[in-house]
Each structure stands twice: as structure tokens, then as C-alpha cells.
Design a protein around this ligand. Sequence first.
Ligand code: ATR
Length: 288
Amino acid sequence: MQYPTVTTKLVILLGKPLGHSVSPQMHNLAFEKLDLDYCYMPVEVAPADLQTVFNGLTRMNVVGFNVTIPHKINIIKYLDKLDPLAATIGAVNTICVRNGKTIGYNTDGEGFLQSLESEAHITPRGKRFFLLGCGGAARAISMTLAHHGAKKIFICNRTLSKAEKLTTEINEKIADCAITVPQNAANRADILQECDVLINTTSIGMHPKENALPIEESLIGKHLTVADIVYNPLTTQLLKVAKDRGCATVHGLGMLVNQGAAGFRLWTGIEPPVKEMFATVFSAMNTV
Ligand code: ATR
């Protein structure tokens, strides 16, 4: 490992808490592997200090940032420019500093799409998706799917009003393709029959409540590709059931690695070693 010097380019992860994050291992491994003089560093920041810390860091040798909970929305007001997809999503997870100007991007949805394509050979254009959940991840994924030409996006959430709000936003901002599905609707089975991909974006099934399922087992038909954004455990109960029923499956670790890989490309302009990054995250997950 080479030690940082005054010319080392810094990439900073802003969030709180960050103790669980595997991004530092993933990116520092990639920098080292390609012999790049970069260093990725997690910096925990409370919301009240975000502006001061961000402004200070942009005056250092910082070329980029990752932004995570709870700053993905609030950081936007401190940026010089916003990529159109990030503006549509309304949240930023990646920032580039170019010629002293900060530009915000959102690579979460692109990371998911990449993982869907590499693991299940599915591209969104013309496809029908059924999304469970309506938080920040669902927002990035659904807007990115709509942006890439998804034919229909059915959104089903515990709190119906949130699904309705997201549906309206997608239809107004990108394309008229989103539909809210009430969680108790008897027609969910019929809708799922018409869908190509089922995506769980809720935290249901995450360690330590690993036995929980975000949807009734009987609704998972074998024609579906089933994706889960939960990555701990890697094979969630949903993915186990889906595999047993003959479905193709996509685990959540790919989204994590691919959103990072997209950031790496933006900061460096260089293709990252995605396979090694994946292996690093997989082993780091068991140690943090
Ligand atoms: P993130 O930003 O990581 O996507 P989030 O904003 O906390 O996470 O969103 C979590 C999503 O999972 C929400 O849609 C939430 O439903 P509500 O909008 O009703 O809160 C959903 N979720 C979490 N736990 C759930 C549970 N036990 N049952 C049903 N939905 C759940």
C-alpha cells in the first residue's frame, strides 16, 4: 500500500453513522489494484455541520464524494450543478469536483440496472416491473427504470399515500408508466402475472430478521425475475423462495458494488476492477 501524500487525490464519504460501510474497503482496494494515487475516506458528519464540513473539504485536494444517509437530499443545496437524473430523483449519492465546481449525480438506480443486466440479462426498455417499498432506494430505482424506457412500474407500499406521491412524480417528470397498487388488492396476483421483474426495496428480510418475506410466496410465479436490494444476508428469504419456485434472481450486493463502480468512473475516468471490488465487499461484509 502506498501512503497518502500532499498530491494524493481524496474521495470522501459523507454520512452518519458510517461504521457499517464497506465502501472504503471497496474503493481503496480498487485504487490500489490500479496503482492510482487516490484515497477514499469515511467522514461522519451531523446534519448541522454538513455545510461547514463540505465547504472545507472542497477546498482540499478532494476530487469526489459519496453521500449517504442522512445527507442525500440536503447536500443538493450546496452543489454548483446537478446531473438531470439526480435532479429528477431529488437525491445525490455521488459528487465530482471539477475545476473547483461540485456536480451531483445519483448512481443508485444505475447501479441496480447494471446488476439486473449483468446477472439476469434484463434491460428495462419495454419491461414491466413490480416494486415493493417506496423509500429512497425505490425512488432512485423506479425513476431510473422510467428514464430507461420501462413500460410499466407498479408500486406497492405499506403506506399507500407515499406510493401515490412517487407514482405521480414519475408520471409527471419522466413518462406516464407508473401505477400505485394497494397492498391488500386482490388483483396483485393478476398484475404480477403480467410483470417481468419483482423488486424488493423494503428492509424486510434484512439481518437479523432473516426469515421475513416482503410478499406472499404464492404470488411469486416462475416467469418472474426476482431482485432484492437487501444484501445482508446475500441470499434473502425472498430470493430463496424465488429460486425454489424456479425464478431467476438478482441479489443486492451487485447494486452496492455497481453504484460504487459508477462513482469510481466519474471520479477517475478509469474503468474499475468490478470483480475484485465485489469480492472485497463480500469478505468485508463478514467483518464489519
Ligand atoms: P431506503 O431509503 O433505504 O429505501 P426507507 O426510506 O426507510 O429506506 O424505506 C423503507 C421502505 O420499506 C418504505 O417503503 C417502508 O414502508 P413505509 O413507507 O410504509 O414506511 C418499507 N418498509 C420497511 N419496513 C416495512 C415493513 N415491516 N412492512 C412493510 N413495509 C416496510
